[in-house]
Design a protein around this ligand. Structure first.
Ligand code: PLP
Length: 371
């Protein structure tokens, strides 16, 4: 069979990620590939490290982009901090908290999950009660639960971890760039994200930040980290930059050009301005949805601007609506996961997809589909 070049259709991405990627990022990724040990590329790596410190507000954390999607940040955080027999408290209020618990179990930890109904934020009182039961190495939770559209209180939860001498792991895959993420103010130990949500770069990289406490815990492990690629003791020889770089893996060079450009774009706009843009787009979308009689799953106080879960009205075939708007409007919206399957649509307003134009298109397409 003769292979032909793949020409993707034009789509407007308003699902749970990826979001629309702007032309500047795509053009940056098309620039010539150079060697990953080239001095020019090493200078770019240094600039990305500093930019990630600014992005996470983590001036004292070690920040690197891992060469794999957001799940890599989760896997790296859990596998590096947990050793067999360690106690881990994991707050589960959706699909991604559940994934963290599964990973901690695979790391050999004694896992205590604090389960919540999907659509609810993590309850600090219940998490604190679980931490108070026994000495705990790690508290892990999701800041912005993409499966439900719920925001949890990261500052309070990290504070509880510190009080009980546990290290905190905060999943910021969907939050980073869309709502404030502040590793320094939270005093968080590990925060990680992905590039394909509110940063509007293609998927495939996972920015991560580690506190000095987390780094010390990893350096003092009794056992080797079980996965080689994400072992920070090895990885930092490549990204650490002190005493010259030693080969560890071949960095995804052009993907890093894309992340770099996405950060240039974000800092030009201003992080605070980007947060306000997400909030305004969300308010307009919710006002429009409610005006048509649709209802949101999550209470207003806990809603994420960048991920809107809309209840499917009785008698409506939610998959048929998604298929229709994709075919007729080239518009991608997301389906529900787990217990929310068939019950909600997930409408993303992430990064470059958080604009008044996107809101208008989505409202017009949904109204037409539901008419
Ligand atoms: N954590 C959260 C909150 C997510 O939304 C996602 C992806 O949607 C992930 C982790 C995993 O990221 P990825 O799909 O890039 O591996």
């Amino acid at each position: 069979m003769m292979m032909q070049s793949f020409q993707p259709p034009r789509r407007v991405l308003m699902g749970p990620g990826p979001s629309d990627v702007g032309p500047r990022v795509l053009q940056a990724m098309a620039r010539p590939t150079i060697g990953h040990l080239d001095p020019e590329f090493q200078a770019l790596m240094e600039e990305i490290k500093s930019a990630l410190q600014r992005l996470f507000n983590a001036p004292d954390h070690a920040c690197v982009p891992l060469p794999a999607p957001g799940t890599a940040g989760m896997e790296a955080a859990i596998m590096n901090l947990l050793e067999p027999g360690d106690r881990a408290v994991i707050a589960v209020n959706g699909a991604f908290g559940g994934r963290m618990a599964d990973m901690a179990d695979r790391a050999g930890a004694t896992v205590v999950t604090v389960e919540h109904d999907w659509g609810q934020p993590v309850d600090p009182a219940r998490v604190e009660a679980a931490l108070a039961e026994a000495p705990t190495k790690v508290l892990a939770f999701v800041h912005a639960e993409t499966s439900t559209g719920v925001r949890s209180d990261a500052a309070t939860l990290c504070g509880i971890a510190r009080k009980h001498r546990a290290l905190s792991i905060v999943d910021c895959v969907t939050s980073l760039g869309g709502i404030p993420v502040d590793a320094a103010a939270w005093d968080a130990d590990v925060v990680y994200s992905g590039t394909q949500k509110c940063l509007s770069a293609p998927p495939g990289l996972s920015p991560i930040a580690l506190s000095t406490r987390a780094q010390a815990a990893i350096a003092g492990r009794k056992e080797k980290v079980r996965n080689w690629l994400f072992d920070f003791n090895l990885l930092m020889g490549y990204w650490g930059g002190e005493g010259g770089r030693t080969y560890h893996h071949t960095a995804p060079i052009n993907a890093l050009y894309g992340l770099h450009e996405a950060l240039v774009v974000l800092f030009e706009e201003g992080q605070q301005a980007a947060v306000v843009r997400h909030a305004r787009a969300h308010e307009a979308l919710v006002a429009g949805l409610e005006a048509t009689g649709l209802r949101m799953l999550v209470d207003e106080a806990h809603r994420l601007p960048q991920l809107n879960t809309v209840l499917v009205p009785d008698g409506i075939d939610e998959a048929a609506v998604r298929a229709h708007v994709l075919k007729t409007w080239d518009l991608e919206v997301g389906a529900g996961l787990g217990p929310l399957k068939g019950k909600v649509w997930r409408i993303g307003l992430m990064g470059a997809s958080a604009t008044p134009w996107h809101v208008r298109l989505c409202l017009t397409a949904l109204c037409e589909a539901l008419a």
